[in-house]
Design a protein around this ligand. Structure first.
Ligand SMILES: CCCCCCCC/C=C\CCCCCCCC(=O)SCCNC(=O)CCNC(=O)[C@H](O)C(C)(C)COP(=O)(O)OP(=O)(O)OC[C@H]1O[C@@H](n2cnc3c(N)ncnc32)[C@H](O)[C@@H]1OP(=O)(O)O
Length: 269
Protein backbone atom coordinates (compact mmCIF):
# COMPACT_ATOMS: atom_id res chain seq x y z
CA UNK A 1 0.00 0.00 0.00
CA UNK A 2 1.28 3.44 -0.91
CA UNK A 3 1.68 5.68 2.10
CA UNK A 4 1.10 9.42 1.69
CA UNK A 5 2.18 11.58 4.58
CA UNK A 6 0.25 14.83 5.02
CA UNK A 7 1.69 17.49 7.30
CA UNK A 8 -0.07 16.24 10.44
CA UNK A 9 1.09 12.70 9.81
CA UNK A 10 4.67 13.89 9.57
CA UNK A 11 4.20 15.12 13.13
CA UNK A 12 3.00 11.63 14.01
CA UNK A 13 5.96 10.03 12.28
CA UNK A 14 8.21 12.32 14.21
CA UNK A 15 6.51 11.42 17.46
CA UNK A 16 6.88 7.72 16.62
CA UNK A 17 10.54 8.25 15.79
CA UNK A 18 10.91 10.12 19.06
CA UNK A 19 9.23 7.25 20.88
CA UNK A 20 11.62 4.79 19.31
CA UNK A 21 14.56 6.91 20.34
CA UNK A 22 13.20 7.22 23.85
CA UNK A 23 13.04 3.50 24.22
CA UNK A 24 16.70 3.62 23.23
CA UNK A 25 17.06 5.56 26.46
CA UNK A 26 18.11 8.89 24.99
CA UNK A 27 16.37 12.07 26.01
CA UNK A 28 15.32 13.73 22.79
CA UNK A 29 14.37 17.33 23.18
CA UNK A 30 12.70 19.74 20.79
CA UNK A 31 14.91 21.13 18.06
CA UNK A 32 17.97 19.00 18.76
CA UNK A 33 16.47 15.62 18.01
CA UNK A 34 18.90 14.99 15.16
CA UNK A 35 21.93 15.69 17.31
CA UNK A 36 20.84 13.90 20.43
CA UNK A 37 19.92 10.69 18.68
CA UNK A 38 23.61 10.14 18.03
CA UNK A 39 24.88 11.22 21.42
CA UNK A 40 24.76 9.38 24.68
CA UNK A 41 26.03 12.27 26.74
CA UNK A 42 27.88 15.47 25.88
CA UNK A 43 30.97 13.45 26.80
CA UNK A 44 30.72 10.62 24.34
CA UNK A 45 29.35 9.40 21.07
CA UNK A 46 26.76 6.70 21.13
CA UNK A 47 27.15 3.45 19.22
CA UNK A 48 23.60 2.65 18.19
CA UNK A 49 22.78 -1.05 17.98
CA UNK A 50 20.66 -0.54 14.86
CA UNK A 51 20.58 1.71 11.81
CA UNK A 52 18.89 5.06 12.36
CA UNK A 53 18.93 6.27 8.77
CA UNK A 54 15.14 6.41 8.39
CA UNK A 55 14.71 7.98 11.82
CA UNK A 56 17.41 10.56 11.10
CA UNK A 57 15.64 11.60 7.89
CA UNK A 58 12.44 12.22 9.79
CA UNK A 59 14.20 13.90 12.64
CA UNK A 60 15.04 17.06 10.70
CA UNK A 61 11.37 18.07 10.78
CA UNK A 62 10.54 20.77 13.37
CA UNK A 63 9.07 19.56 16.65
CA UNK A 64 5.59 21.11 16.81
CA UNK A 65 4.54 20.24 20.37
CA UNK A 66 5.55 22.04 23.50
CA UNK A 67 4.05 19.97 26.31
CA UNK A 68 6.13 17.85 28.65
CA UNK A 69 4.55 14.40 28.69
CA UNK A 70 4.29 12.53 31.98
CA UNK A 71 6.78 9.71 32.39
CA UNK A 72 4.76 6.79 33.79
CA UNK A 73 7.82 4.73 34.68
CA UNK A 74 8.72 6.95 37.64
CA UNK A 75 7.67 5.96 41.19
CA UNK A 76 4.23 7.01 42.41
CA UNK A 77 2.37 6.61 45.69
CA UNK A 78 0.75 3.33 44.61
CA UNK A 79 4.07 1.54 44.36
CA UNK A 80 4.57 -1.04 47.08
CA UNK A 81 7.83 -1.78 48.86
CA UNK A 82 8.95 -4.50 46.39
CA UNK A 83 8.32 -2.23 43.41
CA UNK A 84 10.25 0.64 45.02
CA UNK A 85 13.13 -1.55 46.18
CA UNK A 86 13.63 -3.11 42.75
CA UNK A 87 13.28 0.27 41.04
CA UNK A 88 16.03 1.63 43.30
CA UNK A 89 18.16 -1.47 42.73
CA UNK A 90 18.26 -0.99 38.95
CA UNK A 91 17.98 2.78 38.89
CA UNK A 92 21.05 3.14 41.12
CA UNK A 93 23.03 1.27 38.46
CA UNK A 94 21.96 3.63 35.66
CA UNK A 95 24.53 6.25 36.54
CA UNK A 96 27.88 5.68 38.24
CA UNK A 97 30.48 8.08 39.61
CA UNK A 98 34.10 7.64 38.55
CA UNK A 99 37.08 8.14 40.94
CA UNK A 100 37.46 11.75 39.79
CA UNK A 101 33.81 12.50 40.54
CA UNK A 102 32.58 12.39 36.97
CA UNK A 103 29.16 10.86 36.32
CA UNK A 104 28.91 8.17 33.65
CA UNK A 105 26.17 5.93 32.35
CA UNK A 106 26.08 2.62 34.20
CA UNK A 107 25.24 -0.76 32.71
CA UNK A 108 21.49 -0.28 33.10
CA UNK A 109 19.30 2.31 31.49
CA UNK A 110 15.75 3.18 32.57
CA UNK A 111 13.39 3.63 29.65
CA UNK A 112 10.85 6.43 29.99
CA UNK A 113 7.23 5.46 29.31
CA UNK A 114 4.43 7.65 27.97
CA UNK A 115 0.74 7.00 27.47
CA UNK A 116 0.76 7.69 23.73
CA UNK A 117 2.96 6.41 20.96
CA UNK A 118 1.50 8.05 17.88
CA UNK A 119 -0.41 11.30 17.89
CA UNK A 120 -1.64 11.29 14.32
CA UNK A 121 -1.95 8.38 11.92
CA UNK A 122 -3.54 8.20 8.49
CA UNK A 123 -2.98 5.86 5.59
CA UNK A 124 -4.59 2.56 6.51
CA UNK A 125 -5.75 3.77 9.94
CA UNK A 126 -9.27 4.95 9.24
CA UNK A 127 -10.03 6.72 12.49
CA UNK A 128 -11.53 10.15 12.93
CA UNK A 129 -9.26 12.81 14.38
CA UNK A 130 -11.39 12.81 17.55
CA UNK A 131 -10.79 9.11 18.06
CA UNK A 132 -7.11 9.50 17.22
CA UNK A 133 -6.71 12.17 19.86
CA UNK A 134 -8.15 9.75 22.41
CA UNK A 135 -5.77 6.94 21.49
CA UNK A 136 -3.73 5.69 24.43
CA UNK A 137 -1.11 3.04 24.90
CA UNK A 138 -2.97 -0.04 26.14
CA UNK A 139 -0.77 -0.54 29.22
CA UNK A 140 -1.03 3.12 30.29
CA UNK A 141 -4.74 3.79 29.80
CA UNK A 142 -6.04 3.23 33.33
CA UNK A 143 -5.97 6.60 35.03
CA UNK A 144 -6.04 5.55 38.69
CA UNK A 145 -2.52 4.98 39.92
CA UNK A 146 -1.90 1.40 40.98
CA UNK A 147 -5.16 0.06 39.49
CA UNK A 148 -3.73 -1.38 36.30
CA UNK A 149 -0.23 -1.89 34.93
CA UNK A 150 2.48 -0.24 37.06
CA UNK A 151 5.83 -1.00 35.48
CA UNK A 152 9.28 0.25 34.66
CA UNK A 153 11.70 -1.20 32.11
CA UNK A 154 15.50 -1.18 32.40
CA UNK A 155 17.77 -2.31 29.57
CA UNK A 156 21.29 -3.62 29.78
CA UNK A 157 23.05 -3.07 26.47
CA UNK A 158 26.20 -5.01 27.41
CA UNK A 159 24.29 -8.17 28.23
CA UNK A 160 21.55 -7.54 25.62
CA UNK A 161 19.11 -8.12 28.41
CA UNK A 162 16.17 -6.20 29.82
CA UNK A 163 14.24 -6.31 33.08
CA UNK A 164 10.77 -5.01 33.83
CA UNK A 165 9.50 -4.54 37.37
CA UNK A 166 5.72 -4.99 37.20
CA UNK A 167 3.11 -4.44 39.91
CA UNK A 168 -0.28 -5.87 38.89
CA UNK A 169 -3.24 -3.73 39.99
CA UNK A 170 -6.74 -4.84 41.02
CA UNK A 171 -8.28 -4.09 37.60
CA UNK A 172 -6.20 -6.90 36.06
CA UNK A 173 -8.06 -9.70 37.81
CA UNK A 174 -8.62 -12.99 36.00
CA UNK A 175 -9.05 -16.02 38.25
CA UNK A 176 -10.21 -14.82 41.71
CA UNK A 177 -7.38 -12.94 43.38
CA UNK A 178 -4.98 -13.53 40.51
CA UNK A 179 -3.79 -11.76 37.40
CA UNK A 180 -5.56 -12.36 34.07
CA UNK A 181 -3.54 -14.37 31.55
CA UNK A 182 -4.21 -11.71 28.90
CA UNK A 183 -2.77 -9.04 31.18
CA UNK A 184 0.34 -11.18 31.67
CA UNK A 185 0.57 -11.69 27.89
CA UNK A 186 0.20 -7.94 27.39
CA UNK A 187 3.15 -7.27 29.66
CA UNK A 188 5.23 -9.98 27.99
CA UNK A 189 4.44 -8.55 24.53
CA UNK A 190 5.22 -5.03 25.73
CA UNK A 191 8.55 -5.89 27.31
CA UNK A 192 9.81 -8.36 24.69
CA UNK A 193 8.63 -5.92 21.97
CA UNK A 194 10.42 -3.04 23.63
CA UNK A 195 13.56 -5.15 24.00
CA UNK A 196 13.44 -6.26 20.34
CA UNK A 197 12.97 -2.61 19.31
CA UNK A 198 15.93 -1.61 21.44
CA UNK A 199 18.07 -4.27 19.74
CA UNK A 200 16.78 -4.10 16.17
CA UNK A 201 14.87 -0.85 15.63
CA UNK A 202 11.16 -0.82 14.63
CA UNK A 203 9.60 -4.29 14.85
CA UNK A 204 6.22 -5.97 15.17
CA UNK A 205 5.35 -9.11 17.05
CA UNK A 206 4.93 -11.99 14.60
CA UNK A 207 4.70 -14.81 17.13
CA UNK A 208 4.39 -15.11 20.89
CA UNK A 209 4.43 -18.47 22.74
CA UNK A 210 3.47 -18.40 26.41
CA UNK A 211 3.53 -21.09 29.09
CA UNK A 212 1.77 -20.18 32.32
CA UNK A 213 3.47 -22.12 35.13
CA UNK A 214 2.08 -20.62 38.35
CA UNK A 215 -0.54 -17.92 39.01
CA UNK A 216 0.43 -14.37 39.94
CA UNK A 217 -1.35 -12.86 42.94
CA UNK A 218 -3.19 -9.64 42.28
CA UNK A 219 -1.31 -6.69 43.74
CA UNK A 220 2.02 -8.49 43.77
CA UNK A 221 5.21 -7.36 42.08
CA UNK A 222 7.00 -9.61 39.60
CA UNK A 223 10.05 -9.39 37.38
CA UNK A 224 10.01 -9.90 33.62
CA UNK A 225 13.50 -10.75 32.39
CA UNK A 226 14.06 -10.76 28.63
CA UNK A 227 17.10 -11.83 26.66
CA UNK A 228 18.05 -12.01 23.02
CA UNK A 229 18.09 -15.57 21.67
CA UNK A 230 19.23 -14.76 18.13
CA UNK A 231 18.94 -12.37 15.23
CA UNK A 232 18.49 -13.67 11.68
CA UNK A 233 17.99 -11.02 9.02
CA UNK A 234 14.71 -9.24 9.80
CA UNK A 235 13.92 -11.70 12.62
CA UNK A 236 14.70 -11.03 16.28
CA UNK A 237 14.03 -13.90 18.69
CA UNK A 238 13.55 -12.91 22.34
CA UNK A 239 12.76 -15.03 25.37
CA UNK A 240 11.14 -13.88 28.59
CA UNK A 241 10.68 -15.24 32.09
CA UNK A 242 8.24 -13.89 34.65
CA UNK A 243 9.36 -14.65 38.20
CA UNK A 244 8.76 -13.49 41.73
CA UNK A 245 11.00 -10.70 42.99
CA UNK A 246 13.89 -12.90 44.15
CA UNK A 247 13.63 -15.08 41.01
CA UNK A 248 13.02 -18.22 43.11
CA UNK A 249 9.60 -18.91 41.59
CA UNK A 250 8.78 -19.10 37.88
CA UNK A 251 5.33 -17.76 37.00
CA UNK A 252 5.42 -17.61 33.21
CA UNK A 253 7.85 -18.19 30.37
CA UNK A 254 7.60 -17.08 26.78
CA UNK A 255 9.40 -16.75 23.49
CA UNK A 256 8.69 -14.14 20.86
CA UNK A 257 9.55 -13.56 17.21
CA UNK A 258 9.74 -9.94 16.10
CA UNK A 259 10.05 -8.84 12.48
CA UNK A 260 11.75 -5.62 11.53
CA UNK A 261 9.42 -3.25 9.73
CA UNK A 262 9.59 0.17 8.15
CA UNK A 263 7.58 3.07 9.56
CA UNK A 264 5.52 2.85 6.34
CA UNK A 265 4.29 -0.59 7.43
CA UNK A 266 2.82 0.95 10.59
CA UNK A 267 1.39 4.07 8.97
CA UNK A 268 0.01 2.12 6.01
CA UNK A 269 -1.97 -0.15 8.36
C1 LIG B 1 7.03 -3.35 18.82
C2 LIG B 1 6.79 -1.93 18.47
C3 LIG B 1 7.51 -1.02 19.41
C4 LIG B 1 7.20 0.41 19.07
C5 LIG B 1 7.86 1.32 20.07
C6 LIG B 1 7.23 2.69 20.03
C7 LIG B 1 7.72 3.58 21.10
C8 LIG B 1 7.68 2.90 22.45
C9 LIG B 1 6.34 3.01 23.08
C10 LIG B 1 5.84 2.01 23.79
C11 LIG B 1 6.37 0.60 23.85
C12 LIG B 1 5.24 -0.37 23.73
C13 LIG B 1 5.71 -1.65 23.08
C14 LIG B 1 4.47 -2.41 22.61
C15 LIG B 1 4.88 -3.65 21.86
C16 LIG B 1 3.66 -4.31 21.30
C17 LIG B 1 4.04 -5.11 20.10
C18 LIG B 1 2.78 -5.59 19.39
O1 LIG B 1 1.88 -6.04 20.01
S1 LIG B 1 2.75 -5.48 17.70
C19 LIG B 1 1.02 -5.89 17.36
C20 LIG B 1 0.81 -7.36 17.10
N1 LIG B 1 1.45 -7.75 15.88
C21 LIG B 1 0.89 -7.50 14.69
O2 LIG B 1 -0.17 -6.94 14.57
C22 LIG B 1 1.67 -7.96 13.50
C23 LIG B 1 0.76 -8.36 12.35
N2 LIG B 1 1.56 -9.01 11.33
C24 LIG B 1 2.23 -8.30 10.41
O3 LIG B 1 2.12 -7.09 10.33
C25 LIG B 1 3.10 -9.09 9.50
O4 LIG B 1 2.70 -10.43 9.47
C26 LIG B 1 4.59 -9.05 9.91
C27 LIG B 1 5.11 -7.60 9.87
C28 LIG B 1 4.81 -9.62 11.32
C29 LIG B 1 5.39 -9.88 8.93
O5 LIG B 1 4.96 -9.56 7.64
P1 LIG B 1 6.00 -9.32 6.48
O6 LIG B 1 5.22 -9.25 5.20
O7 LIG B 1 6.86 -8.15 6.79
O8 LIG B 1 6.95 -10.57 6.49
P2 LIG B 1 6.67 -12.07 5.93
O9 LIG B 1 7.15 -12.12 4.53
O10 LIG B 1 5.29 -12.50 6.23
O11 LIG B 1 7.63 -12.92 6.88
C30 LIG B 1 9.04 -12.69 6.87
C31 LIG B 1 9.68 -13.89 7.49
O12 LIG B 1 9.19 -14.08 8.83
C32 LIG B 1 8.52 -15.37 8.95
N3 LIG B 1 7.33 -15.21 9.76
C33 LIG B 1 6.38 -14.28 9.66
N4 LIG B 1 5.42 -14.48 10.58
C34 LIG B 1 5.80 -15.57 11.28
C35 LIG B 1 5.23 -16.25 12.39
N5 LIG B 1 4.09 -15.85 12.96
N6 LIG B 1 5.89 -17.31 12.86
C36 LIG B 1 7.07 -17.73 12.32
N7 LIG B 1 7.67 -17.10 11.26
C37 LIG B 1 7.03 -16.04 10.77
C38 LIG B 1 8.17 -15.72 7.50
O13 LIG B 1 8.01 -17.12 7.35
C39 LIG B 1 9.35 -15.18 6.74
O14 LIG B 1 10.41 -16.08 6.96
P3 LIG B 1 11.53 -16.34 5.80
O15 LIG B 1 12.09 -14.98 5.42
O16 LIG B 1 10.79 -16.98 4.67
O17 LIG B 1 12.55 -17.23 6.47
Amino acid sequence: MKVILPAKTRGGVQQMARGLCQIMGREISKGNFNTNIRQMTPRGTLQLPWSINSVRTMAVLPWPFSFQPRDFSLPNSSWGSDMRRLYEHYNSQCEVETDDGEKKWGVWRRLPSYNRSLKYATGGVYLSKIIQSKARLFTRNIRAQGAGFEYVVFVNKQEQKCVCVFQAGHLLEGPPGHVHGGAIATMIDTVTGTHATYLSGPVMTANLNINYRSPISLGSTVLLTCSLDKKEGRKTFVSCQVTNTDSSKLHTEATGLFLSITMGHLLGG
